[in-house]
Design a protein around this ligand. Structure first.
Ligand code: SAH
Length: 224
């Protein structure tokens, strides 16, 4: 039976779980950008989580998506988004849209997100979730994002949500000067790296060890 009171209770439960997630999983581990914490408090993760996993929507872990893929752990989403250092006017490319959750978080912090996903069925699911929420500044594209996505390049930031065996040159080329590429580099385990394009080249800084599903496609893992 449908009841508005019931809906409101579910809503406030989700708000409470999200506030708890922000405190325990994010702020306590060093995520400090107020804008990123606000975006993580705002976006309903349950909308992006498969129905079988609904009761784990705010757990401190990655969750399974169809086709053997995963929706990243909330901490890793916040970490990548914080490292991308987004500004209101930025145009951002996400390689590996998956559920659309990370794109949704980024869409609260910049002008436009272009999300490329190699599995059409996942792209369709992400588009549905984003439309449900009215997050209309995310463009969803199906394709191989390991070589970027030229139609909207150059980007202020590119965030890769899959483990890359090496940094694809095409992604560097599609950054503006001053633009940031956030990418997990490695095979079974990766190092989260931030490569900033400068007028004369690039500057690389390495951060957390992490485990993402493999990046596929032309500049991805050939065994994946
Ligand atoms: N950011 C996602 C995480 C998805 S997991 C989320 O918040 O849910 C990584 C995704 O990258 C998978 O959906 C996988 O299909 C996709 N992927 C892997 N290689 C890709 C490629 N070359 N181009 C686009 N998407 C890719």
């Amino acid at each position: 039976m449908h009841s508005d009171t019931h809906d409101q209770e579910l809503q406030s439960d989700a708000d409470a779980l999200r506030a708890h997630m922000v405190e325990r999983q994010l702020r306590r581990r060093g995520i400090s950008s107020p804008a990123v914490l606000d975006a993580m408090r705002e976006v309903p993760r349950e909308v992006f989580v498969p129905s079988a996993e609904q009761d784990r929507a705010y757990d401190d872990c990655a969750l399974p998506l169809p086709h053997g893929q995963t929706i990243s752990q909330p901490y890793m989403v916040a970490r990548c988004v914080e490292l991308a250092a987004l500004r209101d006017s930025d145009v951002v490319l996400e390689v590996g849209l998956g559920s659309g959750y990370q794109a949704a978080v980024m869409s609260r912090l910049c002008a436009q997100v272009v999300g490329v996903e190699i599995i059409a069925d996942l792209a369709a699911g992400a588009q549905r979730a984003l439309s449900t929420l009215g997050y209309d500044n995310v463009r969803v594209r199906v394709g191989d994002g390991s070589v970027g996505y030229r139609p909207f390049a150059p980007y202020d930031a590119i965030v890769v949500a899959a483990g890359a065996p090496r940094v694809p040159d095409e992604l560097i080329e599609q950054l503006k000067v001053g633009g940031r590429l956030v990418i997990p580099v490695g095979d079974e385990t990766q190092i989260l790296s931030v490569i900033t394009r400068t007028a004369s080249g690039t500057v690389t800084r390495d951060y957390d060890a992490c485990v993402y599903v493999p990046l596929r496609g032309a500049a991805g893992r050939h065994d994946a």
